[in-house]
Design a protein around this ligand. Structure first.
Ligand SMILES: Cc1ncnc2c1ncn2[C@@H]1O[C@H](/C=C/CNC(=O)c2cc(-c3ccc(F)cc3)cc(O)c2O)C[C@H]1O
Ligand SMILES: [Mg+2]
Length: 214
């Protein structure tokens, strides 16, 4: 049977990236998506904004919602100190299988825990199952209608602390209007918009950075 796009993306990583070299994995995926097949990775332009937010924050405990092929997982994990931990949630088994191999090729499996399952099932279990008190940084890039309910769920589960940073992809395209309205009007967040472009295209998109005020 025909291979899937994530399988072809992994093949391109194995062919063009050096094992243990996260930057070459990132470049191989960006090249594949720009010249072979578009895929919904955050990409190089918005990825540089993600890099600057992570580097400035130096987070110890990171949560990513929506792993897909692991592109943003690699972008974030490569910037973390070895003691730091990134938990990434992905409910599609096929995507999870590819992402595990992409993360391993980059040599970052010691910092990343990929959990297969739905965010709404795992967010309430972060404390008892992973011993997480609160997250320092959360990257939202899963189904767009899940951003707001999952943010409220993280608040209710006490997983956010004063200063926790939420960074949301795709706030223009495909768009997350309910989430944007919430973080921009809630007294519990200080929010700002980073204008950019939809990965590998000229269409407008952007990231919303929201700091939880407690
Ligand atoms: C609730 C939940 N729990 C765990 N994993 C979850 C989950 N919801 C989705 N996921 C997983 O995240 C991934 C989903 C991501 C959704 N992202 C998107 O739909 C998405 C779509 C576009 C886009 C833009 C313009 C176009 F013309 C076409 C597409 C661009 C992007 O950057 C995106 O992230 C894969 C899925 O299995
Ligand atoms: Mg996205």
């Amino acid at each position: 049977t025909r291979s899937t796009r994530p399988q072809r993306l992994l093949k391109a990583v194995r062919k063009h990236a050096a094992r243990g070299d996260p930057q070459s994995v990132i470049s191989a995926i960006d090249h594949f998506c720009r010249h072979s097949e578009w895929a919904m990775n955050i990409g190089d332009e918005k990825g540089s904004i993600l890099d600057s937010v992570v580097s400035e924050l130096n987070p110890e405990k990171v949560l990513e919602l929506g792993t897909y092929c692991g592109y943003s997982t690699v972008r974030i994990a490569r910037l973390l100190p070895p003691g730091a931990r990134l938990i990434t949630l992905e409910f599609n088994a096929g995507y999870a299988a590819i992402a595990r191999q992409v993360i391993a090729w980059a040599g970052l499996e010691d910092r990343v825990q990929l959990v297969e399952g739905a965010s709404e099932d795992w967010i309430p279990r972060m404390k008892e199952h992973f011993g997480i008190e609160t997250f320092d940084f959360v990257f939202l890039d899963h189904w767009k209608d899940r951003y707001l309910p999952d943010t409220k769920l993280m608040e209710d589960c006490g997983l956010l602390r004063k200063g926790t940073v939420l960074l949301a992809d795709n706030v223009i395209c495909p768009g997350v209007p309910d989430y944007l309205q919430y973080v921009r009007n809630s007294l519990s967040y200080k929010s700002c918009y980073f204008k950019s472009h939809l990965e590998y295209t000229k269409a407008e998109d952007g990231l919303e950075k929201s700091v939880f005020l407690g």
